[in-house]
Design a protein around this ligand. Structure first.
Ligand code: GLC
Ligand code: GLC
Length: 622
């Protein structure tokens, strides 16, 4: 079949300048593309036509790809591990909130590059979206237009060019599970246009929605129960998230192809990583949770193969905030090369609350290793809530009951637990299921907001673990100066129904101004973090993701080693406000003398070690 299609494509495209390189990649990656697609659409009589249409879209994308990106494609094909470097460091921000728009972000490039050392910048979705409700940009009305409040498409291109020149990879979302209800496809569907009705999951009545709702979970129960929304004409439409975010129907190959076109358009803006939003939800089947279905993986793998042909250097970052086994299922060179590490994120917070590292240490031992040519994106906070996505079966291992423990964590982080230092708020508190997640900035959750003496040390500890444990560390911009919660979100009618705005504050200019003043919390955080970043940049053993867990035998002290031999670094981290000892016997296999790169001091290991409250040691042979 592929031969026939290639023959037909060659007839019309052979004379074109971009054909040869395209045909070459098609012969390498085409078979995989067809195989993956056949799991989705192989039973259709028009399957061959589906594949051909898609390859025409891929060619269109490739032929429109700017020459500098095509050169980069060739270069990156030779070095598929380029992102595993210990120089790699990510940041994420809302262009408007953090810098007033694209131009403002561009003006911040010297800061990002020289002061923070970023090599990766994720701009929250900058696309045209409904006003005022758009889920922070995750309701996209056009993938080819920008939100005018942020700037024009030209300004976005200029920003990306400038970022690339500064050695910073632009990262954008591909919000492909849904469009906004103002997308032209949605508007046509709303008006009854049959072709576009087929782009979404629209039902004449409640019959099918009732069946699906027996098995799907509620994501935003505060806003609407279940997964469906009634349209003004009485029909029901699938809306996993907000009512104005309409789930796309990928069982229709026209949707797959149309979205491929949008994806390649975004790729050609000069994006290095596409954050694949809400990957778990993209395929639905009655009688299932409609999350993490095998077809979701085939779909991603098909897009991955398509990119190898049409936009070869583009990489996918998976956003799956689900059970750790399911998170891992999305990660491979053929699917998503990088992925958020929501387990590590949640367990860092868990360790702060419990002063015990058991679950985190277990995760490092059993859930950290990844296939070759892939990486975790490790992070402390994102723009989203914190969900307690650890595996109950891991918790049981330590005598912890998952349900009860999540209740404790929720109370702890919203300050309803005596003695808690955290100042968060509940997100999507669902009394019916007992489910709840947490909002709050990293600094406020660490105790900085309530003036706890250990607040900054906690925040530095979490960032230290993210920087040392491998993969691509990601800084939520603002955290580097310990930005606090924005309690004003309640007052803003556009935000008041979504507590995640608590931790999406506008840039705190005063804190940035204090960043070089060590007498301020902002200055201590900034100084401490940039110190750790600087250390990491020179430690090649911190490249890649391989890690050896080191059980310290002290329940409050996490341990892991990066690298082997003389340059190896042993990381020890005290997650409590007490001094913690690590016994000489535990350290017996290590050299007698080691140097702590963080504090600069030498340590004699034969007498054991004492870690100060929230201290982290990055120990190396002298
Ligand atoms: C992702 C985003 C989140 C958004 C949701 C719907 O999970 O991170 O902010 O609400 O997708 O697009
Ligand atoms: C759910 C989803 C996740 C999304 C989040 C938004 O947890 O699983 O994809 O980021 O909701 O709050």
């Amino acid at each position: 079949m592929l031969d026939r299609i290639e023959h037909r494509l060659a007839q019309s495209l052979r004379a074109q300048p971009h054909w040869t390189a395209f045909a070459q990649r098609l012969s390498v990656h085409g078979p995989r593309l067809v195989r993956e697609l056949s799991h989705l659409y192989g039973d259709r009589p028009d399957f061959e036509q589906v594949v051909e249409n898609l390859l025409r879209v891929a060619y269109e994308g490739w032929s429109e790809r700017p020459a500098d990106l095509q050169a980069l494609d060739a270069q990156r094909e030779q070095s598929p591990d380029w992102f595993a470097s210990n120089q790699m460091l990510g940041g994420v921000c809302y262009a408007d909130l953090w810098a007033g728009g694209f131009k403002g972000v561009q003006e911040q490039i010297p800061y990002l590059k020289n002061e923070l050392g970023l090599t990766y910048l994720h701009l929250m979705p900058p696309y045209r979206c409904p006003q005022p409700h758009n889920d922070g940009g995750y309701a996209v009305s056009s993938y080819r237009e920008t939100d005018p409040a942020l700037g024009s498409m030209d300004q976005l291109r200029q920003l990306f060019t400038a970022l690339r020149q500064a050695g910073i990879s632009p990262v954008l979302d591909f919000v492909f599970n849904h469009t906004s209800d103002e997308h032209e496809w949605a508007q046509k569907a709303a008006a009854g246009d049959a072709e576009h009705c087929g782009y979404y999951w629209i039902f004449p009545d409640r019959t099918e929605p009732d069946v699906y709702e027996q098995t799907v979970r509620e994501i935003f129960p505060d806003e609407h129960p279940g997964a469906f929304t009634q349209l003004p004409d009485g029909r029901w439409i699938w809306t996993t998230f907000h009512t104005y975010q309409w789930d796309l129907n990928y069982s229709n190959p026209a949707v797959f192809t149309a979205m491929a076109r949008e994806m390649l358009f975004i790729a050609n803006l000069g994006v290095d990583f596409l954050r694949m939003d809400a990957v778990a939800f993209v395929w639905k089947r009655p009688g299932t949770p409609c999350e993490n279905l095998p077809e979701a993986h085939h779909l991603l793998r098909a897009y991955n193969a398509l990119c190898r042909i049409g936009a070869p250097s583009l990489l996918f970052k998976s956003e799956a905030i689900v059970h750790p086994d399911d998170v891992a299922g999305y990660i491979s060179p053929e699917e998503c090369q990088v992925s958020y590490n929501p387990l590590q994120m949640a367990l860092l917070w868990n360790s702060l609350a419990t002063r015990e590292v058991n679950l985190l240490q277990h995760a490092l031992e059993h859930r950290h290793a990844l296939p070759a040519h892939t990486a975790w994106v490790n992070y402390v906070r994102s723009h989203d809530d914190i969900g307690w996505t650890f595996a109950d079966e891991d918790a049981v291992h330590f005598g912890i009951d998952g349900f009860a423990h999540r209740q404790f964590l929720n109370k702890f982080f919203v300050n309803r637990f005596p003695g808690s230092f955290a100042r968060g708020e509940p997100f999507q508190d669902n009394p019916a299921t007992g489910d709840c997640r947490i909002s709050g900035t990293a600094a406020s959750l660490c105790g900085v907001e309530q003036g706890d003496v250990h607040g900054i040390a906690r925040l530095l500890l979490l960032y230290g673990m993210v920087l040392a444990s491998g993969g691509i560390p990601l800084i939520y911009l603002g955290d580097e100066v310990a930005t606090l919660n924005d309690h004003g979100w309640h007052q803003d009618a556009h935000k008041a129904t979504d507590s995640r705005w608590l931790h999406r504050p506008p840039r705190d200019a005063a804190r940035y101004a204090q960043r070089h003043d060590p007498s301020t919390p902002a200055g201590r955080m900034f100084g401490g973090l940039t110190h750790l970043v600087g250390l990491r940049r020179h430690l090649t053993v911190l490249a890649g993701g391989a890690l050896t867990p080191f059980w310290t035998q002290n329940p409050a002290v996490l341990g892991f080693q990066r690298g082997q031999g003389a340059g190896a670094v042993l990381v020890l981290a005290n997650f409590s406000e007490q001094v913690q000892a690590v016994d000489a016997a535990v350290l017996a296999a290590l050299p007698a003398q080691m140097v702590d790169l963080v504090g600069g001091g030498g340590f004699e290991l034969r007498t054991g070690l004492a870690l100060q409250p929230y201290q982290q040691l990055w120990l190396q042979r002298p």
